[in-house]
Ligand binder design. Structure first.
Ligand SMILES: [Zn+2]
Length: 91
């Protein structure tokens, strides 16, 4: 079983999907994995949620905008990926 690596791949693809358009095969791989992996499904929706929140902050152009640099966003994304991959046991 190579489940852990498959999960990491899926998490990365899910994260990439928020930043760019995935290729047909990437989407296929992601969907196939999500179809059989609950933790990654949860992880993907959390990622989407966070992404939407960040986007809203940016779109508003409020005082928070400048505090959220590309580096910050990358750090958050990385943290989320790590969390997703390590919290497979969580409900
Ligand atoms: Zn998985």
């Amino acid at each position: 079983m190579d489940n852990n690596r498959a999960c990491k791949m899926a998490t990365r693809l899910a994260s990439d999907a928020l930043e760019r358009r995935l290729s047909f095969f990437e989407r296929l791989r992601l969907r196939l994995h999500l179809a059989m992996c609950d933790p990654c499904r949860t992880c993907k929706s959390e990622m989407k949620l966070l992404h939407d929140v960040l986007k809203q902050l940016q779109d508003k152009g409020g005082p928070d905008q400048s505090s959220l640099s590309d580096k910050d966003r990358d750090a958050i994304r990385l943290a989320l990926q790590t969390t997703c991959n390590e919290s497979v046991e969580q409900p």
